[in-house]
Design a protein around this ligand. Sequence first.
Ligand code: TYD
Length: 134
Amino acid sequence: MNFKIIRFQEHGDPRGQLVALEENKEIPFKIKRVYFMYDTLKDVVRGHHAHKSLEQILFCVHGSCRIHLDDGTETAEILLDKPYEGLYIANNLWREMYDFSEDAVLLVLASELYDESDYIRDYDEFLKFIGKKK
Ligand code: TYD
């Protein structure tokens, strides 16, 4: 499945930690959009979609949450709980975000501007799109 957890360099010193991310360097695409989620209520599941061409890197910069990924054949559950760890998600992966801690801040770097036509919000349609429909 086309995802990976990337451990980014921490520039730590006696004052604390700092992580720096530049497009086409630490981040393997041009960053066109940044958004973040916070104050997510307990038991909420967000996402429930795939993207036709968008690539993203997700960071839980505070607190923790879990990400469910599905490529139509396999699934994976990833815990994000370290601010220096990013989850790269390629296109054509179904994703759901859940188990948000009360203090969770989920930051997303995206390769494209917001475009509703890039979303696949129906799971059967997703399977059909990637050619895995039974
Ligand atoms: P939504 O797609 O439901 O978020 P998620 O799939 O992560 O649960 O987005 C919630 C709202 O925010 C929806 O009205 C669209 C809007 N939105 C933007 O305007 N720009 C963006 O970049 C994103 C991700 C969402």
